[in-house]
Design a protein around this ligand. Structure first.
Ligand code: SF4
Ligand code: SF4
Ligand code: FES
Length: 238
């Protein structure tokens, strides 16, 4: 019969993980990112927001007694006993340069810059690896069919971690393809909100110049003080 652990027992529980081949005993409650730092690694690349939004912390790992390679965001995944870890500094998948104003929201626009999309094998490896649980294969297929609105919607939660591209046998940089779909959708299939137009006009009229100048004149400590004392809007309640 399993005994439920007390809070104190949970806090003192440790697991053994392996980083670059060496074993480290770390608190079981830590994320992979915090465990690596606890073990003494200074993460220079592969960390950003530390909160699951920026996609900078793509990580590959193996579990004890399991041949498979797992992938995750290091800042969002708790360590497990026997984990063997490798952190990826970044995913340098080629990103096309284009002028979205000169394109149309069609499959041809996608294929012009990402012809490899036509090679999709429908293996679904990309969807399986995605830490955001996005149906990556489906948005790639929507792009191929010219359903840019659906591709944009389905890829909306992408954090650009690049793990899908790493697993793709057709070498498709899905996250760049999704970004192009969202740009095309935003430009051609949606109307510009009135509030955005108003704000652009305010900026162009210099409404915020005085405030910017005041901020620029503050010392480092003054800026810190202003930041911590700022009005905070709770997005959940707003
Ligand atoms: S779609 Fe690809 S790049 Fe975007 S979050 Fe999922 S795995 Fe990461
Ligand atoms: S991993 Fe590549 S080939 Fe496989 S479904 Fe995804 S995009 Fe297509
Ligand atoms: S550090 Fe930004 S998602 Fe992990």
């Amino acid at each position: 019969m399993s005994k439920t652990k007390t809070k104190q027992e949970e806090e003192t529980l440790t697991v053994k993980i392996y980083i670059m081949g060496s074993a480290h005993e770390v608190p079981a409650s830590l994320t992979i990112m915090k465990a690596m730092e606890y073990a003494g690694f200074k993460i220079k690349r592969g960390a950003g927001c530390r909160a699951g939004f920026c996609g900078a912390c793509a990580t590959l790992y193996r579990k004890a007694g399991d041949y498979r390679i797992y992938a995750a965001l290091a800042c969002q995944t708790q360590v497990e006993d026997g984990m063997v870890l490798t952190q990826l500094p970044f995913v340098p998948a080629p990103k096309a340069i284009y002028d979205v104003d000169s394109l149309k929201p069609t499959a041809s626009s996608i294929l012009k810059f990402y012809p490899e999309v036509a090679r999709c094998l429908s293996c679904n490896a990309c969807s399986k690896v995605c830490p955001q649980e996005i149906q990556v294969m489906d948005y790639v297929q929507y792009c191929l069919q010219g359903q840019i609105d659906k591709a944009a919607e389905l890829s909306f939660d992408c954090v650009q971690c690049g793990l899908c591209a790493i697993r793709c046998p057709a070498e498709i940089p899905q996250y760049h393809v999704g970004m192009l779909a969202r740009r095309l959708h935003g430009k051609y299939n949606t109307s510009t909100p009135e509030t955005l137009l108003e704000r652009v006009e305010e900026i162009e009229n210099g409404t915020f110049e005085e405030g910017f100048e005041e901020l620029m004149s503050l010392s480092k400590d003054g800026l810190k003080k202003r930041y911590t004392e700022r009005d905070f809007v709770d997005q959940k309640k707003a």
